[in-house]
Design a protein around this ligand. Sequence first.
Ligand SMILES: [Zn+2]
Length: 344
Amino acid sequence: MSETAPLAPWLQGQLVSLLAQRGHALLLAGPSGLGQYELALALARAWLCEQPTAQGACGVCGSCHAIDVRTHADLCVLMPETLSMELGWPLDEGAQKEIDDKKRKASKFIRVEAAREAVAFTQFTRSRGDTKVVLVYPAERMNTESANTLLKTLEEPTGAVRFVLATEAAHQLLPTIRSRCQTHAMGWPPEDQALDWLRQQASAAGVKSASPDDARTWLQAAGGRPDDALRLARAGLTPATWQRLPQALAQGDWTPLADWGPAQQLDVLQKLCHDLMACASGGRPRFFAAGQLPPAPRLTALSTWARELAQAARSVEHPYNGPLMQEAWAARTRQVLAARPPRA
Ligand SMILES: [Zn+2]
């Protein structure tokens, strides 16, 4: 989602109710893919806008424009450097130079230096309007030191400073951070809204086929999370591929996943494991259709596999021998799926 595009309808509704609230620190919490960042930015834009309405920012004033071109003096965006670069937010000059000079790599966490700058930002004189805003996303990417740096300002901000923190893992935040914010639980979109939105966004992103059937597959494969579904759409996922996937993996055929990154591959295996566990305990699958799944192995075998996958997911961002690990995953998947429960 681009912030200049209209906000998705289910986010717009949440924006209106959040704008009616007071409180200087908000925490937008929920699982990934529900639009935390887009909602946080829309809030920041509305708080800073020169002619805001109950619906949000005007979109045309100097303040709105300054945010759109990433140069607003009263907005501080605190993010991991990798994400700032991806989303086009400028880094601090010193940090940018260190990365350009290859002294270090861009950080995947919110560095304590950046948190200190955010604190300094809240103490500068205001330059544009009455309000200053600090946006933190994803807040769980603050380590203890960064979080503690921010904590005091969050507790007793100087002047008219407002905070919006957005997180995809609220349980990983320091309790002291959570307790200083008003928490808003991100809402899930109604299915028909999500499907319409997905088809529009996929077409706008140049995805060739965006039929109702395609959209339903993306949304199901993403467990109902629209941003994640759009990512799958952009990656070219087709209903045929998704439907064939469980049987292919059961037969040791890794080709449908071959072009995906390791984190996405693991994500698919975790979804498959989740659905097989649901079936094995008499429930319904969430990500795949029941008819597409191989017979569920024993629950104990699946629990072991689930633990292995969770362990692998924790280190998936670290450097490792990719092809060898993928071969191991493929072999293990086939082994687990081949272990059928005894016939009753
Ligand atoms: Zn405006």
